[in-house]
Design a protein around this ligand. Sequence first.
Ligand code: FAD
Ligand code: 2MC
Length: 379
Amino acid sequence: MDFALSEDQLAFQQSARDFAERELAPLAAEWDAESIFPLDVIRKSGDMGFLGLYTPEAYGGLGLSRLDSAIVFEELAAGCTSTAAYLTIHNMVSWMIASFGSQQLAEQWVPKMVTGEVLGSYCLTEPGAGSDAASLKTRAEKKGEVYVLNGGKMFISGAGSTQVLVVMARTGGPGPKGISAFVVPADAPGVSYGKKEKKMGWNSQPTRAITFDNVEIPVANRLGEEGQGFAFAMKGLDGGRINIATCAVGTAQAALNAAQRYVQERQQFGHPLAELQTVQFRLADMLTELVAARQMVRLAAWKLDSASADATAYCAMAKRLATDLSFNIANNALQLFGGYGYLQDFPLERHVRDLRVHQILEGTNEVMRMIVARKLLQD
Ligand code: FAD
Ligand code: 2MC
């Protein structure tokens, strides 16, 4: 067993770190404050391969492993959590179309997604179906050569600014087996968007509800067979949860780096804060938990890469652990900054606001515990 990163992994990590320092970190506060979705920078990230990290090479992606991709996303998140997190969702969508769509459908959409000409959104959640995703009600009725979509989605990341939607909709009876997945052009007649939600964090990407009113899409836009959509959605989320977890770790690292510097500069009671053992102990715990979170994420990514039978449970464990620990690390870093941590002049309050939602989306941390406990009790 070798825990060291390979030369290739170190090179990916360095190029992602350089991109994050050059293109993301300097503008992250402004994007947050003004709710700017930085389309130009997102498209530029396509030149680096970041829009198709684990998308198959056949469609222009880099075809990296989940582990390699996690290393890259962690670095990007240290620059801007919210933008990096959107990149992960886009990667998940392009991977789903490439993996589960017909060759023709994949050729139609995926190469354009890898360059950034087309950006994607993942549409599972509905107003009445969040954690209980299999209860979703959006319907797709087959009428000849088309499906007619009716219903609504809630909380869709990127919505209104993306060009392609992967939509989970009901083609059959109740429950997960009645769900199919479709590729829907975001500007198809009958697709409409709600207001841009005002959020606590993740402000550099829009979040909107979507309504489908008699939206006609070709049968050829279905991913796989009828009834496979829920399993596809969950397979997408296995990797998505690693991504959300690794973005949390990257953000926690950025917060810890800031705190480490600050306590050595800030003087109170005649000496730097770093000389206080209570501060040292806090930093030691933050670093220990950060390393534990990162290793858990990498283990889960490796499980997914190895198609291990318990990969889903490991992805859930990693998402739960890393997002909880990372939120606490960022919150502790804010505490070490005292009142300054609460000011928008420093990045700590943004890190805390951005990380909070990592405990909620791509499955709440309660749902993660449910997945882990089911696996534990079934074995
Ligand atoms: P609910 O399911 O109503 O849960 C409310 C509370 O009850 C939670 O604490 C939950 O953990 C708890 N709970 C529910 N059931 C149980 C149970 N059985 N046991 C214990 N506790 C339980 N969705 C998409 O499809 N695509 C996106 O791009 C997307 N982006 C998002 C972006 C943002 C900023 C946000 C906030 C959400 C996004 N979501 C997206 C939706 C997100 O995945 C859901 O919010 C999440 O899955 C929870 O669903 P809910 O909000 O309906 O909460
Ligand atoms: N991979 C492959 N198949 C899977 C799977 C996975 N990871 N998870 C479930 N399935 C299959 C499962 O095997 C079963 O099929 P079968 O009966 O043939 O074995 C089927 O799907 C139904 O699974 P469950 O019986 O586990 O379904 P249940 O309704 O009990 O709920 C649960 C499963 C709670 C885990 C799921 O609804 C869930 O993940 N909820 C959270 C929703 C969520 O994560 N939303 C995120 C939205 S995206 C987002 O937030 C973004 C920011 C993009």
